[in-house]
Design a protein around this ligand. Structure first.
Ligand SMILES: NC(=O)c1ccc[n+]([C@@H]2O[C@H](COP(=O)([O-])OP(=O)(O)OC[C@H]3O[C@@H](n4cnc5c(N)ncnc54)[C@H](OP(=O)(O)O)[C@@H]3O)[C@@H](O)[C@H]2O)c1
Length: 226
């Protein structure tokens, strides 16, 4: 199986790259700055590619390098938390930072799906997965991190819509909340480790198909409320 992972140089993305490669899969691990991606580059069986999901030119350049090679699983994992919490609140908003958060978290995954749709269509049981967050669920009413939460709510809607379109090409689409994970983004006091999260996500991806396409799941296999 060939798996392409965005934001694979650290955190949940790096752990998924490691686990997929150890299981004998071909992994294309993408990093904004491959020169600094020492842990990713050290993984046997991982091909490292430069990619900034916030740049249409960068996505097009990756597409040009990969050509029409088949991809079985695309994992839109790259994401940012956005401006400092007190700069994305009801009281104060960094609007440029909010736009950048949308650009990376909401538009990045669509850029990738559009660019690699034909590659996925050539894959075996192809899947386009997006690592979203519980913070994007309308059901969860925590009034924090306005930019981040709205960017994840937006990507949820975009991926749910595109699941209908991609089913015509045999591509299953799913949204995954990875848990509150001990990474640079989740912080040291988060609830679960990267291997618990990545291991769970990989199982949910294995169980993703055209019957359950368009659903929003948690890393542990439970359905997530929208
Ligand atoms: N950790 C949690 O508790 C938690 C909870 C819910 C959802 N999530 C989601 O899980 C995903 C992974 O997060 P994480 O916790 O592993 O965070 P992380 O350790 O901060 O890693 C984020 C990854 O995304 C990459 N990235 C950021 N902007 C990018 C861009 N424009 N182009 C390409 N790559 C970019 C980063 O690359 P650089 O090193 O170059 O910045 C890094 O590889 C994110 O989508 C996040 O929103 C995390």
């Amino acid at each position: 199986m060939k798996v392409l992972i965005t934001g694979a140089n650290k955190g949940i993305g790096l752990e998924m790259a490691k686990m997929y490669a150890e299981a004998g899969n071909e992994v294309i691990g993408c990093a904004r700055n491959p020169d600094a991606a020492t842990k990713l580059k050290a993984l046997p069986g991982v091909r490292v590619e430069q990619l900034d999901v916030g740049s249409s030119d960068s996505v097009a350049a990756l597409k040009a390098r990969l050509g029409d090679e088949a991809i079985d699983v695309l994992i839109n994992n790259a994401g940012i938390a956005g401006p400092a919490p007190d700069k994305q609140s009801a009281l104060d908003m960094d609007y440029d930072g909010w736009m950048e958060t949308f650009n990376i978290n909401s538009m990045g995954p669509l850029r990738m799906v559009q660019a690699f749709r034909a590659n996925l269509a050539k894959g075996t049981n192809p899947k386009a997965i997006t690592v979203t967050s519980q913070m994007g669920a309308l059901d969860l009413n925590w009034p924090v991190m306005y930019a981040y939460c709205s960017s994840k709510a937006a990507v949820n809607k975009v991926m749910r819509m595109i699941s209908v379109e991609l089913a015509k090409d045999g591509i299953a689409v799913r949204l995954l909340h990875p848990g509150h994970v001990k990474t640079d983004m989740g912080g040291p006091n988060a609830a679960i480790t990267v291997d618990e999260s990545a291991g769970g996500i990989i199982k949910v991806i294995a169980d993703t198909n055209l019957e359950n396409t368009g659903t929003f799941m948690k890393w542990n296999g439970e359905a997530h409320a929208w």
